[in-house]
Design a protein around this ligand. Structure first.
Ligand SMILES: Cc1ncc(COP(=O)(O)O)c(C=O)c1O
Length: 287
């Protein structure tokens, strides 16, 4: 596992960041999680563009141009040297004082970690995930806009913790009006009588890049994915439910709060997963 920090690539276990970094003290910063698949970094420029949008949305200047960050990701991926891996790219507000005032911070800091990919375990993937509806809600866009991929994931962490402690694989987060937002770190798709539907960002879904890629794959096969609000009822009544994400991959949902969802057949997931390797190859940057 390798990490880039302050111009050097080192073993991630030996990488040290200052205790006064506001990314650590206040979760003040933004990040990307990027998949490396078959020796290619998946949709790197789209991830960099989303990083830049997240940073702009919280008034954080990136410490260097996107092209330089691109090079850092590829160098760190090369140093890690595995064809299947996961990139965690972070920009923190930088070192400041023990006050949350971000104007007291010196300069934004970039960290790039490349690590083995940790998907849901194989048994859970094969049987399908058991989801639990989280007690905590996805914040509204006038609170902490879920489109900002910020370092402040406590809401998602608590949802995941609650689900894991109760024996579930992952949590389903609803928004303030009870519409489905997403899972703890993945987007949700449901087949409603043949129509593939996913919640819109305005309901609290991160505009996931795996999600966007599934729109492309479905369109190329002659189907459109609809973006509209979903409720727990929709998921329980759906023919098929699955999650998508850089870390999660494409994975079936078998139950919600103990009630089985979908059937044994997962035609959407099967078709999308078949098309995935070619799509990833065409949209990946080799290192
Ligand atoms: C909260 C959340 N939703 C959805 C996703 C999926 O987005 P992507 O496909 O870009 O990884 C992620 C990241 O993995 C996430 O953290």
């Amino acid at each position: 596992m390798k990490a880039w920090y302050e111009g050097r690539i080192v073993d991630a276990a030996n990488c040290r960041i200052p205790v006064l970094d506001h990314g650590l003290l206040y979760g003040d910063g933004v990040f990307e999680g990027i998949r490396i698949s078959a020796g290619r970094v998946f949709r790197l420029d789209c991830h960099l563009a989303r990083l830049a949008r997240s940073a702009r949305a919280i008034g954080l200047d990136l410490p260097c141009p996107l092209d330089t960050i691109r090079g850092i990701v590829l160098d760190t991926a090369r140093a890690h040297g595995e064809a299947e891996a996961y990139v965690r790219l972070l920009v923190t507000r930088g070192v400041g004082e023990l006050t949350l005032d971000p104007t007291a911070c010196d300069e934004p800091r970039l960290i790039c970690i490349v690590a083995p990919i940790r998907l849901f375990d194989e048994a859970a993937r094969r049987r399908g995930l058991r989801l639990m509806t989280a007690a905590v809600r996805r914040p509204r866009s006038d609170q902490l806009d879920p489109q900002v991929k910020s370092l402040n994931y406590l809401n998602n962490v608590l949802a995941k913790r609650d689900a894991r402690l109760k024996g579930f694989d992952d949590a389903l987060l609803l928004n303030d009006v009870g519409h489905v937002a997403e899972a703890s770190a993945a987007n949700v798709f449901a087949d409603l009588d043949g129509e593939l539907v996913t919640p819109p960002p305005s309901d609290g879904a991160l505009p996931g890049l795996t999600r966007a890629s599934l729109f492309d794959i479905a369109r190329a096969a002659g189907s459109e994915v609809s973006q509209r609000s979903l409720t727990r009822y929709d998921l329980l009544a759906a023919r098929e439910v699955f999650l998508s994400g850089s870390g999660a991959g494409l994975v079936a949902v078998a139950s919600l709060d103990g009630t089985a969802v979908g059937g044994a057949d997962r035609p959407w997931l099967a078709a999308l997963a078949r098309a995935w390797p070619d799509y990833a190859q065409a949209h990946g940057t080799p290192f």
